[in-house]
Design a protein around this ligand. Sequence first.
Ligand code: ADP
Ligand code: MG
Length: 256
Amino acid sequence: MTEELPLLRVLDLHKTYGRTEVLKGVDFDVKAGEVKALLGPSGSGKSTILRLMALLERPDAGEILLEGKRMGISASAGKVRHLKERELARQRTEIGMVFQKFNLFAHLDAVHNVMLGLTQARRVHKAEAREQAIEMLARVGLSDRTGHYPSELSGGQQQRVAIARALVMNPKVMLFDEPTSALDPELVGEVLAVMEQLAAEGMTMVVVTHEVRFARRVATEVAMFDQGQIVEQAAPEDFFDRPAHERTIKFLEHVH
Ligand code: ADP
Ligand code: MG
């Protein structure tokens, strides 16, 4: 039997803001094609761990490896240094991130929001970028909204544009930070459907969510985050039906 190397590996990550130790040594692995769901109470460090994995912030200690490569740093001749902004920007394009608030540019229509990463970070020619953006918008079910501005789109549509914007960079992994929690209830389903389809197509994903039914159906593994640590991690059936940790049991009582 060959042991599959994890696509994304987080090793003993630590992060402190001021006096608040937000991450107290987080380890986890995500294999290619896996969907990891992260659950946990507000303030437990879920967004922080995603921001570190997206290289938007630096850990105080620990490592993030993508396909075995250490992210955010370079180590040569025994010397470790933090990457310069330009190199970081390149590495960031390998990791797609979708935020709770969609963060689209209000002055750009859907297709231009999606194109921007290609034309700016990848220097792709405009016509080519436009073609790829239109293709990605079709993939998230927005073929008929390519020329719409964010203000002309529902929250669910805006979030799907944000997903297309991440996907167009052809990332190796997609990170989602509570992607449906800013949405009206009737718009949640269309975003989850797009995410479920991505998972079915084999995208590797880490999803912070309170959508228990989604996690149960789509996740390969569910992790419970509490006070900057993973306290329990299991396949969805075990996690939801036979939680072992006190903290998980309490949390699930609240979200059900
Ligand atoms: P979650 O996403 O699980 O709700 P966060 O990762 O957003 O948790 O935050 C965890 C803790 O870290 C909170 O106490 C929050 O106030 C603190 N925190 C997060 N980001 C910062 C920051 N940039 N500066 C100071 N404190 C922060
Ligand atoms: Mg958060």
